[in-house]
Design a protein around this ligand. Structure first.
Ligand SMILES: Nc1nc2c(ncn2[C@@H]2O[C@H](COP(=O)(O)OP(=O)(O)OP(=O)(O)O)[C@@H](O)[C@H]2O)c(=O)[nH]1
Ligand SMILES: [Zn+2]
Length: 208
């Protein structure tokens, strides 16, 4: 068990949630970065900034310390229900691995149980566990799908993520309104058009 276990993201307001050795090292680096960017690191407003950033970055990447399969297994229940279970509009905040700039949006996750269900909150927790890392949207989508498929072995899994990438909004190509949609399916969502269409209808995705 380390400070980040239990599949929890709560408790980050508490000092002991941070690894103090890592925080100190990150602080040194962020102080140097601020200086390289042309700032006066001794001015009052910036005195605590390296420490704040060091902690913020640890929070934004705390998914590395979570085990998503363990999260699902911790609430895996035997149940005969064999209809679609959909958790939609799960908000997510991640960071693109190319620029370390946020991308944010929502995930829609569905599965069709095959003997086992999981606690609904655990679906949102695994989204969180994979999102709170440096990511590309495509990999995030597939990781969520594979985690559910491999842990619950359901009849099918569907994951759709709609996200805006700030690296495309505030820099680079500077397109404010583009939304990227990615999807990943297994089982019945691949083989049965009706099942996939029902999912797409339920999440309200507009296909052009
Ligand atoms: N496929 C994919 N690309 C992403 C994601 N997040 C950011 N990117 C893209 O990663 C690419 C990196 O391209 P590079 O040409 O190496 O970097 P760059 O010169 O900063 O590119 P620009 O953003 O076009 O200025 C860019 O096209 C980004 O839009 C993501 O989740 N998935
Ligand atoms: Zn980027």
């Amino acid at each position: 068990m380390n400070d980040f276990d239990n599949g929890t993201i709560r408790g980050y307001e508490k000092e002991e949630k941070y690894n103090s050795e890592v925080t100190l090292k990150l602080m040194e680096h962020y102080k140097a970065i601020l200086s390289l960017l042309g700032e006066d690191v001794e001015r009052e407003g910036l005195l605590k900034t390296p420490e704040r950033v060091a902690k913020a970055m640890q929070f934004l990447t705390h998914g590395y310390h979570l085990d998503p399969k363990e999260i699902l297994n911790s609430a895996k229940f035997k149940e005969d229900y064999q209809q679609m279970v959909l958790v939609k509009d799960i908000e997510l905040y991640s960071m693109c691995e190319h620029h370390m700039i946020p991308f944010y949006g929502k995930a829609h996750v569905a599965y069709i149980p095959n003997g086992y269900i999981t606690g609904l909150s655990k679906i949102a927790r695994i989204v969180e566990a994979y999102a709170r890392r440096l990511q590309v949207q495509e990999r995030l989508t597939v990781q969520i799908r594979d985690c559910i498929q491999e842990t619950l072995k359901p009849l099918g899994v569907a994951v759709v993520i709609e996200a805006s990438h700030m690296c495309m909004q505030m820099r680079g190509v500077q397109k404010q309104n583009s939304v990227t949609t990615t999807s990943a399916f297994t089982g019945a969502f691949l083989s049965n058009n009706k099942t996939r269409e029902e999912f797409i209808h339920l999440i309200g995705l507009k296909l052009h």
